[in-house]
Unconditional design. Structure first.
Length: 457
């Protein structure tokens, strides 16, 4: 194990935002890439929002994405407890340290962190009052992504509210110190907090961690930051829509990171191998739903057959499509893995393999009947296929080629559309001949026989 210790420090709110998931992923990838430790720390100081259910949404989202944590809830670790709500004594101890060092004072019931430097007062437009400011030494942050960021705090800030609750800045820094965090990888929205955090690290005599502030995520279209609510902004939405977890992981990895080339599809091992902070861009990342759909489709195609099957069966069952016949389902899935665009689409995509009452796509039917004599051709195919002895791809191919040859044609393509349409009701789908093989003689011939009457009805 390397010395790297990173953490994902969410505040459970009841949903698992895509942006948070990306932060979790970047930390996880960095830990796995460096052989370091990935800590999950729950920043649950907001008691009203931080319910057990809210925590469960987060943990189950992490599990679904495959982001396992080395220390944290459920797994424990040497630096626990991993819930801020259980670390109150520690925070008191650290606040006491600041008092002892003369770096904290009480005012109006709240506790303030005391900056070091020359004090002066200045009229402040915003507060419409004379306020006290401090000329401090600027803090220099050597951010792995933003580069050198130099900023100075100029006012003492609250570290314990008048109701006794320690504030985010304090608990976040105390935890990073006591948990031995070496790299703070988080959203750029926290960059402005980092000056305060550096002040605190130094006041506690602790070394600064490395900082890496990752770019914001913009909406699919338009200039705005990705919204907080709505369709498709939470990890749970993608789980419900049967996205491949690795499809989402692959997509999230590319929200602000690249492997310094234009590779888009990565296995998890490749991501772990190639991920580094130096590949994270400064500019904002755009949430492109089309790209997500594309990556998801491609990752479905790359799944080993067994994994595809494992995911597909419950989806088909839930949609009421799957049948009892295990080997038939397997053959259908094998045929369709290459062709389906998503798991959500799969039940509709394969429905006609299982149910004779499939619907004929009217547009495809119209196109078919516009040219030639489809019913004539269908009769010819029916006769040719009825004569096939061994129902397999080779014999079926031969039956079609012979039929074409008997009418002076080199290729049998003219007979394909009506064949497909009569047995499936669509003009798309898997390759025709293997599809006929999988469907089997009885199903194919009976559907062809029933077609003229059914289609006209
Ligand atoms: N709880 C903070 C958040 O969810 C953590 C910030 C950090 O990573 O330091 O934004």
């Amino acid at each position: 194990m390397s010395q790297v210790r990173v953490r994902f420090a969410p505040s459970p709110t009841g949903t698992f935002h895509i942006g948070s998931a990306r932060t979790a992923l970047f930390n996880w990838l960095y830990a796995r890439h460096t052989g370091g430790t990935f800590v999950l720390r729950v920043e649950d100081t907001d008691h009203e929002r931080n319910t057990d259910e809210a925590l469960e949404v987060l943990l189950s989202g992490m599990r679904w994405l495959g982001l396992d944590w080395d220390e944290g809830p459920e797994v424990g670790g040497d630096f626990g407890p991993y819930f801020q709500s259980q670390r109150g004594e520690l925070y008191k101890e650290y606040i006491q340290k600041l008092f002892v060092a003369g770096r904290a004072y009480e005012k109006d019931g709240a506790v303030f962190f005391k900056l070091e430097g020359e004090r002066y007062t200045e009229y402040d437009e915003y507060h419409k009052a004379e306020i006290e400011k401090v000329r401090t030494e600027p803090q220099e942050i050597d951010d792995a992504i933003r580069g050198k960021v130099v900023r100075a705090e100029e006012r003492d800030f609250v570290i314990v509210r008048s109701n006794g609750e320690p504030v985010f800045h304090l608990v976040n820094v105390v935890d990073d110190i006591t948990m031995g965090i070496t790299h703070v990888i988080r959203g750029e929205d926290h960059l402005s907090n980092t000056t305060k955090h550096c002040e605190l690290f130094k006041a506690f005599g602790a070394p600064l961690p490395h900082f890496a502030h990752i770019p914001m995520i913009l909406n699919s279209s338009g200039p705005g930051k990705m919204s907080k609510r709505g369709d498709g902004v939470h990890v749970e939405d993608y789980e419900k829509r049967h996205f491949l977890p690795h499809g989402l992981v692959n997509f999230l990895a590319l929200l602000g990171w690249n492997a310094k080339d234009d590779q888009e599809l990565f296995s998890l091992d490749e991501l772990v191998e190639k991920f580094d902070l130096s590949g994270i861009q400064k500019g904002n990342a755009r949430f492109d739903e089309k790209k997500l759909a594309h990556i998801n489709t491609e990752q479905i195609r790359r799944l080993p057959m067994d994994s595809f099957r494992e995911m597909a069966i419950p989806v088909l069952q839930e949609a009421g499509v799957a049948t009892e016949d295990g080997s038939y389902i397997d053959a259908v899935l094998k045929l369709c893995q290459e062709k389906t665009r998503s798991m959500a689409e799969l039940p509709d995509f394969v429905a006609y393999f299982f149910d004779d009452a499939f619907i004929f796509d009217p547009k495809a039917g119209e196109r078919l009947f516009k040219k030639g004599e489809p019913l004539e051709r269908l009769k010819e195919v029916q006769a040719a296929l009825a004569a096939v002895e061994t129902w397999d791809v080779d014999s079926l191919n031969k039956a079609f080629t012979d039929l074409a040859a008997s009418q002076g044609q080199e290729k049998p393509f003219a007979w394909f559309p009506v064949t497909r349409y009569s047995v499936s009701g669509t003009s798309g789908g898997p390759d025709l001949i293997p599809m006929l093989e999988v469907m089997g003689r009885d199903l194919v011939l009976s559907r062809m026989e029933a077609f003229p009457a059914r289609y006209q009805a």
